[in-house]
Design a binder for this molecule. Structure first.
Ligand code: G3P
Ligand code: CA
Length: 285
């Protein structure tokens, strides 16, 4: 089936540049994407949201406060208003070690601008972010990818924490590989928990073959965290093995330390999202 072909195409280990090489440059801006591209990554990862006038843009937070000099909710701004914001200077303050005066004044990018810049010389790992805020985002996203021939070219993956959003994408185009994101966290009572709005209902150790199979019905893989607050490990080698035994790829976010990268490589995961693709490349080579 179409899904099996998609899976076969993704069997190699994938280096996924999380928001671009966002450890080195302001996330989802041109310098971060250029740098990731130069590093020869397999995927540029972007979070996709929608402006008040219906344009798709690459931006992670619902709020503009952290990663621009503006404030308020992205959804309330037109593209023209967003383009007036500085999406680079905050990085120089947050990461002095990697600061560069040239980052000041970097702009939020539309998905179209990113695709026009890199075309099929890159592959794109696109997240429908907070899709419940943006009715129609799936249709706009699929349309944009189709218009640029990226689905046909095998150059796009769509990921989401929202199962309904992924199912909507699938109904629009069943050729694009989908990845179900989950986020696991431990509770004080020792029980494991899963964010409820994903549509996936089992924690990592109680998840059964049937639960993986239910995801495999529409997705080629599962994207999961390794740790909670960089400390408590929430998945183990057995989880990875079981997912893979159920014919699902396992991609893990967001891994920036070499020892975590090595651990996951030893477990045989299928891909890693990282802000430092240079570190991951050095281990993989
Ligand atoms: O998309 C994988 C990973 O990026 C999910 O977390 O919050 O960085 O989008 P977040
Ligand atoms: Ca993401």
């Amino acid at each position: 089936d179409a899904l099996q072909q998609q899976l076969d195409d993704l069997q190699d280990f994938q280096v996924i540049a999380h928001r671009g090489a966002s450890g080195h440059a302001p996330e989802q801006t041109l310098p971060a994407l250029e740098l990731a591209h130069e590093m020869g990554v397999d995927y540029l990862e972007l979070d996709i949201q929608m402006t008040a006038d219906g344009e798709l843009v690459a931006f992670h937070d619902e709020s503009l406060d952290r990663a621009t000099d503006g404030e308020g909710e992205l959804k309330d701004f037109t593209l023209e208003e967003l383009k007036a914001l500085d999406a680079g200077s905050w990085f120089n303050q947050a990461s002095p070690e990697y600061a560069d005066d040239a980052f000041a004044g970097e702009r939020i990018l539309t998905l179209g601008e990113v695709i026009e810049r890199f075309g099929t010389s890159a592959r794109y790992y696109l997240e429908t972010k907070s899709p419940e805020l943006y009715p129609g985002i799936e249709e706009a996203l699929v349309e944009e990818l189709e218009a640029h021939g990226l689905i046909e070219a095998g150059a796009a993956v769509i990921q989401s924490f929202s199962q309904p959003s992924l199912l909507e994408v699938q109904a629009l185009n069943d050729e694009v590989p989908l990845v179900q994101l989950v986020w696991y966290y431990p509770e004080e009572d020792g029980e494991e928990r899963l964010v409820e709005w994903t549509g996936v209902t089992q924690g990592p150790s109680e998840i059964e073959d049937a639960d993986f199979a239910a995801i495999r019905d529409y997705a080629v893989g599962i994207g999961t965290n390794l740790t909670y607050e960089d400390e408590l490990q929430v998945i183990d080698a057995g989880f990875v093995e079981q997912a893979q035994a159920n014919d699902l790829l396992v991609h893990v976010y967001t891994i920036n330390e070499e020892d975590d990268m090595q651990l996951l490589l030893d477990w045989g995961v299928d891909g890693i999202f990282t802000d430092f693709p240079d570190r991951l490349n050095a281990l993989v080579e």
